[in-house]
Design a protein around this ligand. Structure first.
Ligand SMILES: NC(=O)c1ccc[n+]([C@@H]2O[C@H](COP(=O)([O-])OP(=O)(O)OC[C@H]3O[C@@H](n4cnc5c(N)ncnc54)[C@H](OP(=O)(O)O)[C@@H]3O)[C@@H](O)[C@H]2O)c1
Length: 325
């Protein structure tokens, strides 16, 4: 089969189209003929040599695909050979075929194209797990999303808005701040020209937000604490602004605040299966009713994965970039 491998750590040009043996599904795994594969920021970190695949995972990049089940073991998932699915992977999506645990497959939502379906798993699993499970965003609560125009950010805004929450989001330009408002955010904040702490305080009459989804961390943590409501939760999913911060722990005690975080990729199949089932019950109906739809910024054929990564590196996309096999 054709696949795109990381020939050596480096820039987009290290992504090379190569011939690879077909992957062989193990027990509990299906073989998928890939029609589209989503690109995520972690693929870029992996390309640069900064995010190695977990033990046992394919060395090929690619954390999500859509396609057709053509073999393997569907177990008791109710899926069958011939079904169109999208799947969360621990790697191996940039290829004509990949394997995935059957438990991490979901049907392609009715009305969505394969390209749109391929853009779902990584951000939907991540957002569900961090905003709703870990962050416990509950009825009537408000959410602040940093990096609102990112793949993760656009998903968080759409999903939380569709579930009835007021969402605020930061982005790096006026244009991107406007784009996040187009997705449902009640206010897009250009973090380069506005102070998000002041903006959130103003918008919430000084109360602050209940949950913050933070992909920046570093010095953002203190600013997050300043615009978090009592009993609020910060959920860290990336360290784009650095791993370290000094915080005033007395605030955590006085105002009962929580700082937490997680990474999805190394978690066991059973954990991801629980998220898959929650998504199918709570979120797939919203997708099938057209209430939310993944934001596709651009598509590239698999053979042009390097161009797609160059676009990721430029960082001007709103939503997702997807490869087609
Ligand atoms: N923990 C997990 O399980 C998990 C799972 C998936 C992804 N992630 C992480 O989540 C992040 C987003 O992933 P993605 O695929 O959605 O990436 P993406 O589309 O490339 O987005 C990255 C975003 O980060 C924003 N950003 C960068 N530096 C910033 C700063 N200093 N302040 C505010 N925003 C900043 C950028 O927004 P502007 O251009 O508007 O500034 C950009 O939209 C990545 O770091 C990824 O590794 C974590």
């Amino acid at each position: 089969m054709k696949a795109v491998e990381i020939s050596t750590p480096g820039g987009p040009e290290v992504l090379k189209l190569v011939e690879r043996p077909m992957p062989e599904p193990k027990a509990g795994e299906v073989l998928i003929k890939v029609s589209a594969a989503g690109i995520n920021r972690p693929d870029v970190f992996q390309r640069k040599g900064a995010y190695p695949p977990p033990p046992g995972a394919s060395d090929l990049p690619g954390l999500e695909v859509a396609g057709e089940i053509v073999g393997g073991d569907t177990g008791d998932t109710g899926l069958a050979v011939g079904d169109k699915v999208c799947a969360l992977l621990a790697g191996g999506g940039y290829a004509e075929y990949c394997t995935a645990p059957a438990a991490q497959c979901l049907p392609v939502p009715a009305g969505l194209s394969d390209v749109e379906a391929a853009a779902l798993p990584e951000t939907y699993f991540t957002v569900w797990s961090n905003v709703f499970d870990r962050g416990q965003l509950t009825e009537g609560e408000t959410l602040l999303v940093h990096g609102g125009a990112s793949g993760i950010g656009t998903t968080a805004i759409q999903l939380a808005t569709a579930l009835g929450h007021k969402v605020y989001a930061t982005a790096g330009s006026d244009e991107r701040a406007k784009a996040v408002e187009g997705l449902g955010a009640v206010q897009g904040i250009n973090y380069r020209s506005q102070d998000f702490v002041e903006e959130i305080k103003k918008a919430t009459d000084g109360r602050g937000v209940d949950v913050i989804l933070d992909m920046v961390a570093g010095e953002y943590i203190n600013r997050d604490l300043s615009c978090l409501a009592d009993d609020g939760r910060i959920v860290i999913i990336a360290l784009l602004g650095g791993a370290k911060a000094t915080i005033d722990c007395s605030q955590l005690m006085r105002r009962r605040l929580t700082v937490t975080g997680s990474t999805l990729r190394p978690r066991p199949v059973q954990f991801k299966q629980q998220i898959a089932r929650a998504l199918q019950a709570r979120v797939w109906p919203l997708l099938e009713a057209g209430r939310i739809r993944p934001i596709i910024h651009a598509t590239f054929p698999l053979s042009q994965a390097a161009d797609a990564h160059a676009m990721m590196d430029a960082g001007e996309q709103v939503g997702k970039i997807v490869l087609t096999a």
